[in-house]
Design a protein around this ligand. Structure first.
Ligand SMILES: *Cc1c(COP(=O)(O)O)cnc(C)c1O
Length: 376
C-alpha cells in the first residue's frame, strides 16, 4: 500500500533563500533610495551572472520573453525564422510579435531539440535566422546549427531558458551563436521571481540591447531608437543575489535525485529517459520521462491522472505543441504530417517533481507509485 503525500508535490518549487539573506540585500536598496534604472544591485547581479555564465556580454531583463524579443530586434531579423515546435509559447511569440513568421522544423527523436537535418530544407530567400532551444537541459547540436547558419548567411539565437550554467566541451553555452537568452522565472533553476537575461556575442550589440530595454534612451539628452521597457528592478536583482549562492547546492542535490529516479525506474518497461549527452555539463532544469504506452500499458495522460490521486502533480511538458496552437497551426510548416517526431513526443513526455527539497524517500515513493501503474 503506497500512501499519498499529505501535501501536494508539484513538478518544481522555487529555490527560496533564507528571508534574512533577502532583507540584507534589500537594506542596501532602501539606503540607496534607488528602486530601478540600472541601480547598484542590477549592476552587481549583471556582473556576477556574466562571470558565472561565462557569457561574452550580458544584459538583464524583466523577464526572459523580452530578452528574446531584444535579440530579434538587435539582430534585425525579419521574414522567416526556423525554430522548433517543441518549446514554450514564448519562443515563437517573440518572432510573431516582431512580424516574423516562425517556420517549424521537426526535432531529434532522443534529445527532443531541433533536428539540424530538418532545417536546411526549410530555408528560402526570406529566411533570416535559426532560433533553437536547449530542451530540459539537453543541448542542441550547436555545431551542426552553426555550420548550416554559416552556409546560408543566417543568424543564430538560442533559447537557453532551461540551460542555466550548462557547458559543452567546457565551453559556456552562451558562447555559441549570435545571442543566447536565459529566463529567471520562478520555475527556473536560478530565478529572480520574474526575470531574464540576454548574452550577445558582439559587444556592440549589447549597447543597442541596453538602449532598447530602456525606451531607446541613450542619455538624458538623447533618444536614439524606438524601444520598450524591459528593465530588471532592484527588487528582482536583490532576490537574484540572494538566490545565486544556493544554485550549486541545488544543482548537486538535483543530480542525486536524478540518479535515484534512474536507478528506480531504469528497468521499468515503457519508461524511457532523455539520454545523457557526452561532454555536457547539464543544467538539471527538469527531469523528464517518456511513457511508451504500448509497453507500459498506460498512457502518459493516465499516469499523470493516477499520480494526482497520490497528491503528485507532474507536468505534461511541453504541451501543447506550439505548431498545434491557434496562433500557429495554419502555417504550412505546422502540419502534423511534417512534424511526426514532435507530435509523437508531446504524447509521451512527463516532467516529474524535481527540486532539492524532495527527500530521497519522497523520490523513491514517487517511483513506487509509477511502478505500480505499469500493466505490461
Ligand atoms: C520559461 C521559458 C521561457 C520564458 O521565459 P520568461 O522568463 O517566463 O519570460 C522561454 N522559453 C522557454 C523554453 C522557457 O522554458
Amino acid at each position: 500500500m503506497i500512501e499519498p503525500f499529505d501535501k501536494p508535490i508539484y513538478f518544481t518549487r522555487p529555490l527560496l533563500p533564507d528571508l534574512t539573506a533577502v532583507t540584507e540585500q534589500l537594506r542596501d536598496v532602501w539606503q540607496s533610495g534607488f528602486l530601478t534604472n540600472n541601480g547598484q544591485k542590477h549592476r552587481e547581479l549583471e556582473r556576477r551572472l556574466r562571470e558565472y555564465l561565462g557569457a561574452p556580454t550580458l544584459s538583464l531583463f524583466v523577464n526572459g520573453m523580452l530578452a528574446l524579443s531584444a535579440a530579434v530586434y538587435a539582430l534585425k531579423l525579419r521574414g522567416e525564422v526556423i525554430t522548433t515546435p517543441f518549446t514554450f509559447p514564448a519562443t515563437p511569440n517573440a518572432l510573431a510579435l516582431a512580424g516574423i513568421t516562425p517556420v517549424f522544423a521537426d526535432i531529434d527523436p532522443d534529445n527532443l531539440t531541433l533536428d539540424p537535418e530538418r532545417i536546411e530544407k526549410l530555408i528560402n530567400p526570406s529566411t533570416t535566422a535559426i532560433l533553437a532551444v536547449h530542451v530540459f537541459g539537453s543541448l542542441c547540436d550547436v555545431e551542426a546549427v552553426s555550420a548550416i547558419a554559416k552556409r546560408h548567411g543566417l543568424r543564430v539565437i538560442y533559447d537557453a531558458a532551461h540551460a542555466f550554467g550548462a557547458r559543452l566541451n567546457g565551453q559556456p553555452i552562451a558562447s555559441f551563436g549570435d545571442a543566447t537568452m536565459f529566463s529567471f522565472h520562478a520555475t527556473k533553476l536560478f530565478h529572480t521571481g520574474e526575470g531574464g537575461a540576454l548574452a550577445m556575442t558582439n559587444p556592440d550589440q549589447k549597447i543597442s540591447v541596453d538602449y532598447w530595454k530602456n525606451f531607446g534612451i541613450k542619455s538624458e539628452e538623447e533618444v536614439v531608437m524606438v524601444g520598450t521597457n524591459g528593465k530588471m528592478s532592484e527588487l528582482q536583482a536583490s532576490l537574484g543575489l540572494a538566490v545565486l549562492p544556493l544554485v550549486e547546492g541545488e544543482r548537486s542535490r538535483r543530480k542525486k535525485i536524478r540518479s535515484i529516479y534512474r536507478e528506480e525506474l531504469g528497468e521499468v518497461p515503457g519508461i524511457r529517459f532523455i539520454p545523457d549527452q557526452p561532454n555536457v555539463v547539464h543544467s538539471h532544469q527538469y527531469f523528464v520521462i517518456r511513457i511508451v504506452a504500448k509497453k507500459f500499458g498506460r498512457t502518459r495522460d493516465e499516469v499523470q491522472q493516477s499520480l494526482q490521486h497520490y497528491n503528485v502533480f507532474p507536468r505534461k511538458y511541453f504541451f501543447p505543441l506550439c505548431s498545434n496552437t491557434a496562433p500557429f497551426r495554419h502555417h504550412y510548416s505546422s502540419h502534423p504530417g511534417r512534424l511526426p517526431i514532435a507530435n509523437h513526443a508531446v504524447t509521451e513526455t512527463l516532467a516529474l517533481p524535481y527540486f532539492g527539497a524532495l527527500t530521497d524517500e519522497d523520490v523513491r515513493r514517487i517511483c513506487s507509485m509509477l511502478r505500480s501503474f505499469a500493466r505490461p
